[in-house]
Design a protein around this ligand. Structure first.
Ligand SMILES: Cc1cc2nc3c(=O)[nH]c(=O)nc-3n(C[C@H](O)[C@H](O)[C@H](O)COP(=O)(O)OP(=O)(O)OC[C@H]3O[C@@H](n4cnc5c(N)ncnc54)[C@H](O)[C@@H]3O)c2cc1C
Length: 565
């Protein structure tokens, strides 16, 4: 079996590449996907079914190591094993990024990657359903200039959006605490409060995942083959002089048959931020200190593979409401550091500025010392500037109003903590060692504490919302007392947080000498024909949810691959 291009992982990013490359009828494309079709799986299609797929056979449910800085407990990092990847189980929020944080990718040394050059790809991927009049009455706002209306990916607002005045109540409350309404959070300026579109086929009322958007409509192309229930176990190499050239991919089908699929041109790894780096290591691309003891011959000495792993930490409040709502809807709030820390922002800024060198040294040390603390300090300085010197939001509040309940999930958007992910053996079926180092650095905990107080003491205690909130059912003041100390909040936060399921960075796009794994064409350093296109290439977190940005990145990547043909 030989194809021009092999894509490992038929997920969110991989199916974009598969679609765009197979537009060219003279090119053959194979997709290798460990999962199967979920086209008729109600746990996937149900637009109100968030969470139903968790723990089922389409959930990889990766496990972290015991988290040293978070009471020693492990975390479950969810990701989907399905045609369509994690877009088939996610929360469907469609929220991009802050423009200046994409510009920071270029500042890091990734020429050609800034907001203005990514925006056309956000638009290219999207097919926005213009909200209906009643949805606008109920609080939806949007700017048509910020949306694509002819791409493959359906986005829009569900019809079961809450009727009535709840959006207005939140809006007035936020205005009273100094947070403005944002007319469209997908414009590149995210600060404020707003409704959030979803990846959904509004008229059919079905989840829009990557497979429905990018694969099923073109699945019958004769130059495209998708191998379901098939796991890639490693790359095989043609030569090892100069840049290493991949010849193909070793695969195992679900019945245990082992075979090799060959690539004439390129292998593209799109197995997700918690898998692609592992496949590189199993193939001999990585840190010799990790590979050699596991009897894996080193093909490319690239010690940063699997480092730079960054996730966010999610906590939640639940409140009762005396306003029995019909339907359910989600709202997003993106406060800046100034909104959270108000009068103490400049003191906080000074404390963090003086901690950056210490943070950089700690993260370098936690990264097997393969990224220097001076390079990390440069990254942290960029991140610090985004947080303290621009209006880039630092927190997301994801509020769901349903029936007589408001739930507020909240997470720090730009934590400094970083960890890593590495193979534990040369057996591809063995679980990896995944260590995001949640809460390793004070900044991350300080923000999550400030956020907790902001939600309880500011947002929910301000009119007009406070008149509708009956009681805080979780955590509740019996668990965390009114006026709790920071230490009490910290204990609660660390015992109740979960992964925000936004891992990025383990195959970061950056200059090689600064610790990157792929270059600005997403090619793996030291290889001639291997790229990574998935959440792992993001060098930093983005403030939005990941898929919108991943669809745009993959659209751009497809053009980069075509330009090299
Ligand atoms: C519970 C949850 C909620 C989320 N909510 C949102 C949200 O509301 N909005 C949003 O934008 N983002 C959300 N995210 C994040 C977002 O969905 C993911 O970041 C994104 O889908 C990842 O895309 P990817 O292309 O990197 O990988 P994936 O989409 O995970 O694709 C990787 C694919 O590779 C396959 N694969 C892995 N290993 C192998 C192998 N060895 N051989 C063959 N195939 C393999 C997998 O089965 C999978 O299909 C959420 C994530 C989770 C888990």
């Amino acid at each position: 079996l030989t194809y021009d291009y092999i894509i490992v992982g038929g997920g969110t990013s991989g199916l974009v590449i598969a679609n765009r490359l197979s537009e060219l009828s003279n090119v053959t494309v194979a997709v290798i996907e460990a999962g199967d079709s979920v086209l008729n799986n109600p746990n996937v299609t149900d637009v109100g079914g968030y969470g139903l797929a968790f723990g089922t056979d389409i959930d990889w449910a990766y496990q972290s190591t015991n988290q040293t800085y978070a009471r020693g407990a492990t975390q479950t990092l969810r990701a989907a094993k399905a045609i369509g990847g994690t877009s088939t189980i996610n929360g469907m929020a469609y929220a991009r990024a802050e423009d200046v944080q994409i510009n920071a990718w270029e500042t890091l040394g990734n020429k050609g990657w800034d907001w203005d050059s990514l925006l056309p790809y956000y638009l290219k991927s999207e097919n926005f359903e213009i909200p209906a009049a009643f949805q606008i009455t109920d609080g939806v706002t949007y700017d048509p200039a910020d949306h694509g209306e002819s791409g493959p990916l359906d986005t829009g607002y569900l019809f079961n959006i809450v009727n009535g005045t709840i959006a207005q109540t939140f809006n007035e409350t936020y205005a009273n605490v100094g947070i403005p309404w944002n007319g469209d959070i997908n414009s590149g300026k995210m600060h404020g409060f707003s409704t959030v579109p979803k990846t959904v086929n509004v008229l059919a009322n079905v989840r829009e995942d990557a497979a429905r958007a990018y694969y099923w409509p073109i699945a019958n192309r004769s130059n495209l083959v998708l191998f379901p229930n098939t796991s890639a176990t490693k790359l095989v190499w043609k030569n090892q002089t100069g840049d290493a050239t991949a010849a193909g991919v070793h695969v195992t089908s679900s019945n245990g048959t082992v075979s090799t699929i060959y690539a004439r041109k390129e292998v593209i790894l799109s197995a997700g931020a918690l898998r692609s780096s592992l496949l590189l290591e199993l193939s001999g691309v990585g840190n010799p200190d990790i590979l050699t003891p596991l009897d894996i011959p080193v093909v490319v000495d690239l010690p940063t593979v699997g480092e730079n792993l960054q996730d966010q930490m999610n906590n939640a409040f639940t409140f009762g409401s005396n306003n029995t709502l019909s339907g359910a809807d989600s709202f997003v709030t993106y406060p800046t550091v100034g909104d959270l820390f108000t009068n103490s922002t400049s003191t906080f800024a000074t404390t963090i500025a003086s901690s950056l060198s210490e943070y950089a040294a700690a993260v370098s040390n936690a990264s097997n010392n393969v990224i220097s603390s001076s390079d990390l300090l440069d990254f942290f300085q960029i991140q610090y500037d985004l947080v303290f010197n621009t209006s880039t939001p630092l927190l997301e509040l994801f509020t769901t109003a349903a029936g007589a309940v408001f739930s507020v999930q909240y997470w720090i958007l730009l934590p400094f903590s970083r960890g890593n992910i590495h193979i534990s053996s040369n057996d591809p079926t063995d679980a990896a060692i995944i260590n995001p180092n949640y809460f390793m650095l004070d900044f991350d905990l300080d923000v999550q504490i400030a956020a907790s107080k902001f939600i309880r003491d500011t947002v929910m205690s301000s009119l007009p919302l406070s008149a509708e909130v009956t009681a805080e059912s979780s955590p509740g003041t019996s668990v965390v007392a009114n006026n709790a100390s920071d230490d009490e909040w910290a204990t609660y936060i660390k015992s109740s947080y979960r992964s925000n399921f936004h891992p990025v960075g383990a195959t970061a796009m950056m200059p090689r000498e600064k610790g990157g794994v792929v270059d600005n064409a997403l090619k793996v350093y030291g290889t001639a024909n291997v790229r990574v296109v998935d959440a792992g290439i993001l060098p930093f977190q983005v403030c939005g949810h990941l898929t919108s940005t991943l669809y745009a990145v993959a659209e751009k990547a497809a053009d980069l691959i075509k330009a090299d043909m």
